[in-house]
Design a protein around this ligand. Structure first.
Ligand code: NAP
Length: 256
Protein backbone atom coordinates (compact mmCIF):
# COMPACT_ATOMS: atom_id res chain seq x y z
CA UNK A 1 0.00 0.00 0.00
CA UNK A 2 1.54 3.32 -1.03
CA UNK A 3 0.78 5.81 1.74
CA UNK A 4 1.92 8.67 -0.48
CA UNK A 5 3.74 10.41 2.38
CA UNK A 6 6.88 11.21 0.37
CA UNK A 7 8.06 14.76 1.19
CA UNK A 8 5.11 15.41 3.51
CA UNK A 9 6.21 17.58 6.47
CA UNK A 10 4.99 16.30 9.83
CA UNK A 11 5.68 17.97 13.20
CA UNK A 12 5.97 15.52 16.10
CA UNK A 13 6.23 16.87 19.64
CA UNK A 14 8.42 14.58 21.73
CA UNK A 15 9.48 13.14 18.38
CA UNK A 16 12.96 11.90 19.23
CA UNK A 17 12.30 9.18 21.83
CA UNK A 18 9.71 6.53 22.75
CA UNK A 19 6.45 6.59 20.79
CA UNK A 20 7.27 9.91 19.09
CA UNK A 21 10.70 8.58 18.09
CA UNK A 22 9.09 5.50 16.51
CA UNK A 23 6.67 7.76 14.59
CA UNK A 24 9.58 9.88 13.30
CA UNK A 25 11.49 6.76 12.28
CA UNK A 26 8.46 5.31 10.50
CA UNK A 27 7.92 8.59 8.66
CA UNK A 28 11.56 8.63 7.55
CA UNK A 29 11.06 5.13 6.10
CA UNK A 30 8.07 6.48 4.14
CA UNK A 31 10.18 9.33 2.69
CA UNK A 32 8.34 11.94 4.76
CA UNK A 33 10.05 14.82 6.59
CA UNK A 34 9.66 14.67 10.37
CA UNK A 35 10.11 17.83 12.42
CA UNK A 36 11.06 16.52 15.85
CA UNK A 37 10.39 18.91 18.71
CA UNK A 38 12.19 17.26 21.59
CA UNK A 39 14.94 18.29 24.02
CA UNK A 40 16.71 14.91 23.60
CA UNK A 41 19.89 15.91 21.73
CA UNK A 42 21.46 12.48 21.18
CA UNK A 43 18.32 10.73 19.91
CA UNK A 44 17.39 13.73 17.77
CA UNK A 45 20.79 13.66 16.09
CA UNK A 46 20.57 9.90 15.47
CA UNK A 47 17.23 10.35 13.70
CA UNK A 48 18.57 13.32 11.70
CA UNK A 49 21.46 11.11 10.54
CA UNK A 50 19.03 8.33 9.63
CA UNK A 51 17.00 10.80 7.58
CA UNK A 52 20.20 11.98 5.86
CA UNK A 53 19.22 15.55 6.60
CA UNK A 54 15.62 15.21 5.33
CA UNK A 55 14.28 16.10 8.77
CA UNK A 56 14.50 18.85 11.36
CA UNK A 57 15.30 18.55 15.06
CA UNK A 58 14.23 21.43 17.29
CA UNK A 59 15.58 20.81 20.82
CA UNK A 60 12.76 22.58 22.62
CA UNK A 61 10.78 21.51 25.72
CA UNK A 62 7.36 22.90 24.82
CA UNK A 63 5.65 25.02 27.44
CA UNK A 64 4.87 28.57 26.28
CA UNK A 65 2.81 29.72 23.27
CA UNK A 66 5.90 31.52 21.91
CA UNK A 67 7.83 28.24 21.69
CA UNK A 68 5.07 26.62 19.63
CA UNK A 69 4.93 29.68 17.39
CA UNK A 70 8.69 29.37 16.89
CA UNK A 71 8.32 25.70 15.92
CA UNK A 72 5.79 26.57 13.22
CA UNK A 73 7.89 29.49 11.93
CA UNK A 74 11.09 27.42 11.75
CA UNK A 75 9.29 24.55 10.02
CA UNK A 76 7.85 26.86 7.39
CA UNK A 77 11.21 28.65 6.91
CA UNK A 78 12.99 25.34 6.34
CA UNK A 79 10.38 23.25 4.48
CA UNK A 80 7.68 25.70 3.34
CA UNK A 81 4.70 23.54 4.26
CA UNK A 82 3.07 21.54 7.08
CA UNK A 83 1.09 18.38 6.30
CA UNK A 84 0.46 17.10 9.79
CA UNK A 85 0.90 17.58 13.53
CA UNK A 86 1.39 14.72 15.96
CA UNK A 87 0.80 16.04 19.47
CA UNK A 88 2.66 13.49 21.55
CA UNK A 89 4.97 15.13 24.13
CA UNK A 90 4.01 14.53 27.71
CA UNK A 91 4.93 12.91 30.99
CA UNK A 92 2.98 10.97 33.58
CA UNK A 93 4.17 13.18 36.40
CA UNK A 94 2.26 11.84 39.40
CA UNK A 95 0.54 15.03 40.53
CA UNK A 96 -2.37 13.54 42.46
CA UNK A 97 -4.95 14.73 44.96
CA UNK A 98 -2.82 13.73 47.93
CA UNK A 99 0.69 14.07 46.49
CA UNK A 100 0.13 17.36 44.73
CA UNK A 101 -0.65 21.05 45.09
CA UNK A 102 -2.84 23.41 43.05
CA UNK A 103 0.35 24.90 41.57
CA UNK A 104 1.72 21.49 40.53
CA UNK A 105 -1.68 20.52 39.09
CA UNK A 106 -1.74 23.67 36.93
CA UNK A 107 1.85 23.07 35.83
CA UNK A 108 1.13 19.43 34.94
CA UNK A 109 -1.77 20.47 32.72
CA UNK A 110 0.43 23.08 31.05
CA UNK A 111 3.16 20.46 30.42
CA UNK A 112 0.75 17.89 29.05
CA UNK A 113 -2.04 19.82 27.37
CA UNK A 114 -1.54 23.47 26.46
CA UNK A 115 1.08 22.89 23.75
CA UNK A 116 -1.35 20.47 22.00
CA UNK A 117 -3.57 23.53 21.41
CA UNK A 118 -0.74 25.97 20.71
CA UNK A 119 0.86 23.90 17.94
CA UNK A 120 -2.42 23.33 16.09
CA UNK A 121 -3.46 26.95 16.59
CA UNK A 122 -0.29 28.35 15.02
CA UNK A 123 -0.09 25.66 12.31
CA UNK A 124 -3.70 26.12 11.17
CA UNK A 125 -3.10 28.50 8.24
CA UNK A 126 -0.50 26.05 6.85
CA UNK A 127 -2.69 22.99 7.52
CA UNK A 128 -5.56 24.62 5.60
CA UNK A 129 -3.34 24.84 2.53
CA UNK A 130 -2.39 21.14 2.61
CA UNK A 131 -5.66 19.79 4.10
CA UNK A 132 -3.36 18.22 6.69
CA UNK A 133 -4.08 15.85 9.55
CA UNK A 134 -3.79 16.15 13.33
CA UNK A 135 -3.17 13.30 15.74
CA UNK A 136 -3.42 13.64 19.50
CA UNK A 137 -1.64 10.95 21.48
CA UNK A 138 -3.78 10.51 24.59
CA UNK A 139 -3.79 7.56 27.02
CA UNK A 140 -6.07 4.85 28.29
CA UNK A 141 -5.78 6.53 31.70
CA UNK A 142 -8.19 9.17 30.34
CA UNK A 143 -10.96 6.57 30.42
CA UNK A 144 -9.82 4.16 33.14
CA UNK A 145 -8.11 6.47 35.64
CA UNK A 146 -4.81 5.49 37.22
CA UNK A 147 -4.80 7.05 40.68
CA UNK A 148 -2.33 9.62 41.94
CA UNK A 149 -1.95 11.48 38.66
CA UNK A 150 -4.74 14.08 38.37
CA UNK A 151 -2.89 16.57 36.18
CA UNK A 152 -1.77 14.04 33.56
CA UNK A 153 -5.16 12.33 33.40
CA UNK A 154 -7.05 15.64 33.17
CA UNK A 155 -4.82 16.57 30.22
CA UNK A 156 -5.30 13.17 28.57
CA UNK A 157 -9.09 13.46 28.91
CA UNK A 158 -9.06 16.98 27.51
CA UNK A 159 -7.05 15.73 24.51
CA UNK A 160 -9.87 13.32 23.68
CA UNK A 161 -12.49 16.07 23.98
CA UNK A 162 -10.38 18.40 21.80
CA UNK A 163 -10.06 15.66 19.19
CA UNK A 164 -13.85 15.72 18.70
CA UNK A 165 -14.03 19.50 19.02
CA UNK A 166 -11.30 20.15 16.44
CA UNK A 167 -12.63 17.44 14.09
CA UNK A 168 -15.89 19.42 13.99
CA UNK A 169 -14.31 22.88 13.73
CA UNK A 170 -11.98 21.78 10.94
CA UNK A 171 -14.53 19.91 8.80
CA UNK A 172 -14.84 22.85 6.36
CA UNK A 173 -11.11 22.64 5.64
CA UNK A 174 -10.97 18.84 5.19
CA UNK A 175 -8.48 18.67 8.08
CA UNK A 176 -8.89 15.36 9.90
CA UNK A 177 -8.29 15.05 13.65
CA UNK A 178 -7.95 11.73 15.49
CA UNK A 179 -6.64 10.45 18.81
CA UNK A 180 -4.66 7.34 19.66
CA UNK A 181 -4.91 5.82 23.13
CA UNK A 182 -1.93 3.66 24.05
CA UNK A 183 -2.11 1.62 27.25
CA UNK A 184 1.17 -0.17 28.03
CA UNK A 185 4.10 0.65 25.75
CA UNK A 186 7.69 0.03 26.84
CA UNK A 187 9.37 3.42 26.27
CA UNK A 188 11.94 5.42 28.29
CA UNK A 189 9.00 7.00 30.17
CA UNK A 190 7.52 3.58 30.93
CA UNK A 191 10.90 2.25 32.03
CA UNK A 192 11.40 5.02 34.58
CA UNK A 193 7.84 4.46 35.88
CA UNK A 194 8.31 0.70 36.29
CA UNK A 195 11.65 1.29 38.02
CA UNK A 196 9.85 3.34 40.64
CA UNK A 197 8.51 0.06 42.08
CA UNK A 198 10.60 -1.95 44.55
CA UNK A 199 10.11 -5.06 42.34
CA UNK A 200 10.14 -3.79 38.73
CA UNK A 201 10.62 -7.19 37.01
CA UNK A 202 7.79 -8.79 38.95
CA UNK A 203 5.53 -5.78 38.34
CA UNK A 204 6.28 -5.90 34.60
CA UNK A 205 5.36 -9.60 34.41
CA UNK A 206 2.17 -8.90 36.34
CA UNK A 207 1.15 -6.19 33.86
CA UNK A 208 2.08 -8.30 30.82
CA UNK A 209 -0.20 -11.08 32.05
CA UNK A 210 -3.15 -8.64 32.02
CA UNK A 211 -2.73 -7.69 28.36
CA UNK A 212 -5.17 -9.92 26.44
CA UNK A 213 -3.45 -10.07 23.03
CA UNK A 214 -0.16 -11.94 23.38
CA UNK A 215 0.39 -11.13 27.07
CA UNK A 216 2.87 -8.46 26.07
CA UNK A 217 3.27 -4.71 25.80
CA UNK A 218 2.34 -2.81 22.67
CA UNK A 219 5.53 -1.78 20.87
CA UNK A 220 6.20 1.89 19.99
CA UNK A 221 6.28 0.76 16.34
CA UNK A 222 2.71 -0.56 16.64
CA UNK A 223 1.52 2.85 17.84
CA UNK A 224 3.57 4.49 15.06
CA UNK A 225 1.92 2.28 12.40
CA UNK A 226 -1.50 3.60 13.40
CA UNK A 227 -0.26 7.20 13.52
CA UNK A 228 1.34 6.96 10.09
CA UNK A 229 -1.78 5.39 8.58
CA UNK A 230 -3.95 8.16 10.09
CA UNK A 231 -1.60 10.82 8.67
CA UNK A 232 -1.86 9.31 5.20
CA UNK A 233 -4.50 9.79 2.52
CA UNK A 234 -5.51 6.14 3.05
CA UNK A 235 -7.32 7.37 6.19
CA UNK A 236 -9.14 10.03 4.16
CA UNK A 237 -12.58 9.38 5.68
CA UNK A 238 -11.54 8.92 9.32
CA UNK A 239 -11.97 11.88 11.65
CA UNK A 240 -12.93 12.54 15.26
CA UNK A 241 -12.01 8.98 16.28
CA UNK A 242 -10.45 7.65 19.47
CA UNK A 243 -8.36 4.65 18.44
CA UNK A 244 -7.18 2.18 21.07
CA UNK A 245 -3.94 0.45 20.10
CA UNK A 246 -3.55 -1.66 23.22
CA UNK A 247 -3.88 -5.41 22.56
CA UNK A 248 -7.42 -5.28 23.96
CA UNK A 249 -6.23 -4.03 27.36
CA UNK A 250 -8.88 -1.37 27.87
CA UNK A 251 -11.99 -3.16 26.63
CA UNK A 252 -11.70 -6.94 26.69
CA UNK A 253 -12.87 -9.18 29.51
CA UNK A 254 -10.55 -8.91 32.55
CA UNK A 255 -10.92 -12.62 33.28
CA UNK A 256 -9.15 -13.54 30.03
P1 NAP B 1 8.92 9.14 26.56
O1 NAP B 1 9.53 7.82 26.44
O2 NAP B 1 9.24 9.97 27.76
O3 NAP B 1 9.25 10.01 25.25
C1 NAP B 1 8.70 11.29 25.16
C2 NAP B 1 9.69 12.25 24.57
O4 NAP B 1 9.06 13.55 24.61
C3 NAP B 1 10.97 12.37 25.37
O5 NAP B 1 12.06 12.55 24.51
C4 NAP B 1 10.74 13.65 26.20
O6 NAP B 1 11.95 14.29 26.56
C5 NAP B 1 9.95 14.48 25.23
N1 NAP B 1 9.14 15.49 25.89
C6 NAP B 1 8.48 15.41 27.07
N2 NAP B 1 7.84 16.58 27.33
C7 NAP B 1 8.10 17.39 26.29
C8 NAP B 1 7.72 18.71 25.96
N3 NAP B 1 6.96 19.45 26.77
N4 NAP B 1 8.15 19.22 24.78
C9 NAP B 1 8.92 18.52 23.94
N5 NAP B 1 9.32 17.26 24.20
C10 NAP B 1 8.92 16.71 25.35
O7 NAP B 1 7.31 9.01 26.52
P2 NAP B 1 6.38 7.97 25.72
O8 NAP B 1 6.09 6.83 26.62
O9 NAP B 1 6.89 7.74 24.36
O10 NAP B 1 5.03 8.85 25.68
C11 NAP B 1 4.65 9.58 24.53
C12 NAP B 1 3.16 9.88 24.63
O11 NAP B 1 2.44 8.66 24.74
C13 NAP B 1 2.78 10.73 25.85
O12 NAP B 1 1.79 11.67 25.48
C14 NAP B 1 2.20 9.70 26.80
O13 NAP B 1 1.25 10.27 27.65
C15 NAP B 1 1.55 8.74 25.83
N6 NAP B 1 1.32 7.40 26.42
C16 NAP B 1 2.36 6.55 26.65
C17 NAP B 1 2.10 5.31 27.23
C18 NAP B 1 3.18 4.29 27.47
O14 NAP B 1 2.86 3.19 27.94
N7 NAP B 1 4.44 4.57 27.20
C19 NAP B 1 0.79 4.95 27.57
C20 NAP B 1 -0.23 5.87 27.34
C21 NAP B 1 0.05 7.08 26.75
P3 NAP B 1 12.56 14.02 28.04
O15 NAP B 1 12.79 12.56 28.15
O16 NAP B 1 13.78 14.85 28.07
O17 NAP B 1 11.48 14.50 28.98
Amino acid sequence: MDLNLEDKVIIISGGAKGIGGAISKGLIAEGAIPVMVDPSEKEGKELLDLAQGKALHLPIRLFSPEQSQEVIQKTLEKWGRIDGIVNNAGANDGVGLEKGTPELFTQSIANNLFHYYYLVHYALPALKVTQGAVINISSKTAVTGQGGTSGYVAAKGAQLALTREWAVELLPYQIRVNAILPAEVYTPMYESWIKSFSNPEEKLQEINQKIPLGKRMTTPEEIAAMAIFLLSEKASHITGQHLYVDGGYTHLDRSL
